[in-house]
Design a protein around this ligand. Structure first.
Ligand SMILES: *Cc1c(COP(=O)(O)O)cnc(C)c1O
Length: 356
């Protein structure tokens, strides 16, 4: 089989060593003669996996003591509701910034819980930029989406906030350095940049919990999960294990510093070509471009059949854009090697030579 260059937006590419190690653990975990997925999650072998995964998150993000780390289920989608149930006070309000499909989803779910004020919204220009906004000081929290997977925009700087800052980091967590201590709560579905689908990471400043005055069903109660070290009920063992392997890989490859260098080189290579090549145009304004998901279209749509033929022939997979933007989306998550970006750039150059 010739090499596939996997630009899928999610679920997406994982490091090859992670796929190999995870496969081995399905066959025989820790030389137990048993599969990872047929042992008790209360066994010491699996408890060690959960502990290592949670500790690696703390270590990679340099989290202060007051933070706890959870691996739960329900994806970021259940996170939309969970966040509001835990943080939005009875009779209070929360501020949200609408930067695309996922932010819209977060707003919709939070509105089921209470009063939501949308303080910034980029829908006037099909979410091609990160809007500026003013944070009301009487909000229980501010919710943002750090990277907009579908539209290809990303906060270049996180906002200063005098109220607790909450962020959906599903598609850019661990992709570059940032000050995690500015956030009261971070959540991220695993399947973009950390592992397989099936688990969602929560990073919680314990001090903000227990203030909403709401009665929570136990699965949505972050304090209940913290109390039980993320093992209140059966965790998604395979997804947690594969995520732990990816976190080890990140650490071995220089931590967030290493990821930032790797991802910066890829985004420079890709956007450099996008800006140079006369046959393509980007969706996002340059000041809001995402390092993770680059969205772009052809200047002349009639050439799409030819372009599609060329990238497919080069072994590129997963380049089709989301229907909200059309065109193409090159997702360049941590595990994507720069060689794959180079292959795409070479195809774009060759395409211009032939059709420009
Ligand atoms: C993919 C994605 C989601 C949805 O995640 P699920 O785990 O499928 O619920 C939410 N937010 C962002 C930013 C995403 O990229």
């Amino acid at each position: 089989m010739s090499k596939i260059h996997n630009f899928s937006a999610g679920p997406s590419i994982l490091p090859k060593q992670v796929i190999e190690q995870a496969s081995q653990a399905i066959l025989d975990f820790d030389n137990m003669g048993l599969s990872l997925i047929e042992i008790s999650h209360r066994s010491k072998n699996f408890e060690a996996v959960m502990d290592e995964a949670r500790n690696l998150v703390k270590e990679l993000l340099h989290l202060p003591e007051r933070y706890e780390v959870l691996f739960l289920q329900g994806g970021a989608t259940l996170g939309f509701y969970t966040v509001a149930m835990n943080l939005l006070k009875e009779g209070g309000k929360a501020a949200y910034v609408n930067t695309g499909v996922w932010a819209t989803g977060a707003i919709k779910e939070a509105k089921l819980v209470g009063n939501i004020e949308v303080i910034g919204d980029s829908s006037d220009k099909n979410h091609s930029y990160i809007p500026s906004f003013h944070v009301p000081s009487d909000a229980d929290y501010l919710h943002i989406t750090s990277n907009n997977t579908i539209f290809g925009t990303q906060y270049q700087q996180f906002p200063e906030s005098n109220v607790p800052l909450v962020c959906d980091m599903s598609s850019d967590i661990f992709s570059k350095k940032f000050d995690a201590s500015k956030f009261s709560l971070i959540y991220a579905g695993a399947q973009k940049n950390m592992g397989p689908a099936g688990t969602v990471l929560y990073i919680v400043d314990k001090e903000i919990l227990g203030k909403s005055g709401r009665k929570l069903p136990v699965y949505l109660d972050l304090a209940a999960h913290i109390e039980k070290d993320s093992m209140y009920n059966t965790p998604p063992v395979f997804a947690v294990y594969a995520s732990m392997l990816t976190l080890r890989w990140i650490k071995e490859n220089g931590g967030l510093d290493g990821m930032e260098k790797r991802n910066d080189a890829k985004q420079k290579l890709f956007y450099g070509e996008l800006d140079r090549n006369s046959l393509f145009k980007g969706h996002s304004v340059p000041e809001s471009r995402s390092w993770m998901n680059a969205t772009f279209t052809l200047v002349n749509d009639a050439l799409s059949v030819e372009f599609d033929k060329m990238w497919k022939a080069a072994g590129i997979s997963g380049l089709a854009g989301h229907r909200s933007v059309g065109g193409y989306r090159a997702s360049m998550y941590n595990a994507l090697p720069i060689e794959s970006v180079q292959v795409l750039v070479d195809v774009m150059k060759e395409f211009e030579t032939k059709f420009g």
